[in-house]
Ligand binder design. Sequence first.
Ligand code: C2E
Ligand code: MG
Ligand code: MG
Length: 745
Amino acid sequence: MTALFYLAAAVELVVGTSLLFSWQRDRTQVFARKLGLSFFGVAGSVIIFSLYSDAPLDSPVNLWLIPALASISLYFLTSGVLDLTGSPLRGWRAVLLGSTLFILLTGVAIEVDSWSSQLSVSIVYLSVGLLATGALRNKSRPHRLIGPLLLLLALHPMISANGDPAAITIQFAVGAVLRTALGFAVLYVALDQSATETRHAGERFARLTEYSLQGVAILTTDSLLYANPATLRIYGAQHAQMLTPAFLSESTPAEERQKVITLFRQLLAGEIKQANWEGERLRLDAARRYLHFFAYRVNWDGQYAVCLMISDETERMDQNRALLHRATHDSLTGLPNRGALMQRLHDYHLDPAAPTHLTLYLLNIDRFKLINTAHGYSSGDEIIRAFARAIAELPGTSGQLYRIGIDEFLLTVEDPARLAQLEQQLLEQLARPLPTALGEFYLDASIGKASYPAHGPLDESLLRAANAAMHVAKTQPGSHIVSAQASFEQGSSELLALEQALRAGIRERHVYLCYQPKVDAASQQVIGFEALARWHRPGIGMVNPQLFIQAAETTGLIGELGTLLLRNACQQIVQWRAEGKASLPVAVNVSPLQLLNPHFPQLVMDILRDFQLPAHLLTLEITESAAVQNLEHTCSQLRELRGNGIRIAIDDFGTGFSSLSMLRNLPLDTVKIDKALIDPLPGREGTAVVEAICKLAAVLGLGVVAEGVETAKQADTARRAGCNELQGYYFNKPLSAEDAGKLLH
Ligand code: C2E
Ligand code: MG
Ligand code: MG
């Protein structure tokens, strides 16, 4: 009998241990652990029972220990079976069940009634068995076996109901067999559920990866264990065998290979948890793709491997590249732009391999605005394209040319030995007509040149030096290359300071007009004024008008200043009229740049209308050189002005290069002979020149004004030579508005 006890206990222990092992393999199968513990509980109570079989029925072993072990065993059994049925026991219910079982069994034991204790155990088995039979009836066969086995275990004590010792032995043997069968059924269920779970997880993984757009691959350092269809697509492979480790390694650029191998080793060794990298990879068809990799370690069929998530970022990269290209290149010519140039200069700063010499040529197309105005913007664009092509095609300039402004290009040359030849080629190219889709154009360019290290460090200051040199080149007609000098930049910084001060001067009304009278040559009566700009610069004093007018022209302020002065002059005439003084015409000087504005005539008419001033009271003085520069454009502008009744005078006549035909064609009212031609009077030759001009003017029906008359003799000679009006210090210096007003009175 004792041997049978031990055998039964051993079987219980083996089954319990197997269940615990199965739980350890797959910890989601909690019921296996609980049932395993329940088997241990039974084994424990059997061993104790056999060890203390001689102990009296009311000993602590029989009263407390065995009921405690039995209730633990029953507790785990119930809880495990409930887990299996899908309604696990938790919280207060678990506590309630545990304590009820304990109280029940110890209560029965205290009564020391083995029949009652058998009965209570059987009731527990019976209820759990009924529950399991009902709840597991739709599950697999081993599931369905658990309930009936529990019922049989509940009923088997009936074998020894008559108390026959032989029947007790049989009951014991039957109990052991039933328990072993129950243990195996539970073990089978645990293993089966675990396998099903694993299969489901595998299917879920497959579903996720098979349809994923992202590549998923499992690799060790020397083999590819798995690759989803997206991985095959990304690499252009038909099946996974094509993605050999050798190919994957070759597809990685040589310089990145070692880095990737090291990352793999670190991942496999668990030194790093995850890694990210990206770069260009070659597909099987040799096409380049830009791939991003995210990797981490996985346990794959019992061995460590790296799971790679691969995203094809080629399109995003192409878009980024296109955006970057757009940001750093000029859309018209495709050349790198100013931003790219600044970046390159900045990069040199950090680059140990920066060139030891670098020369910048800053090319600015002369009078490009005029081309735009005369031919329209699309023609201007075409000419810019043709110009860029012509320069880029010069030998050795490709990749070195930037378009940094509307009509401005920059050429960089590293080899100082090439400079002389390149400069010659540049000037030759500029001397040739430029073939464009619109026909041939002759373009001049002013070129500023600055070299590193001669003219400054390798940064933006070199560009400034080239720019200042280009502005000096602009002062000479035709295409010229001017090399940088420190004084140029100083000049331009002075110009900048002047511009700033002039802006403030305009705003604060420190710029105003003086009026120099013009007298009738015969009667010497005042018959009009010339308005002359004056600027009192605070802290400095009066600034030469030629200087600040030129500064306003170079900085683009002239438009604003010119309009302001024109309005001031008109307002002054209106004021004099309002004060009841004589209405005399006032001549206002107009810069050639103001005339370039196609809306200038309209602007003048608007001002006249604003002040309700008759047009004949306003004369505009245009310098001869300005009129010559853009004859056709000037002509049409002046014609429009004159058509509206405004008088036009050609200023500083005799200093420019106007021809006879030009005088005929320009719509003019008056010629103002420059002071330089009046100075020699009353000398014979000088007088003859003035006479000739006056005769010519008379033929053309133009009035003549002699400028800069300083002496009575000059005045007299000029009058006799045929000048109708005289202006100069001999009569009056430029007067303040107030003094001029007094004169009118
Ligand atoms: P301009 O239009 O030829 O003006 C005549 C210049 O000769 C004035 O010089 C005047 O003061 C000066 N002048 C007149 N009579 C005599 C004389 O007997 N002897 C000498 N030595 N000079 C005499 P200013 O005012 O210095 O102006 C110089 C130039 O600046 C002007 O030459 C004109 O080209 C330009 N300018 C002056 N005001 C304006 C203006 O409002 N707008 C524009 N665009 N240019 C202006
Ligand atoms: Mg003038
Ligand atoms: Mg003049």
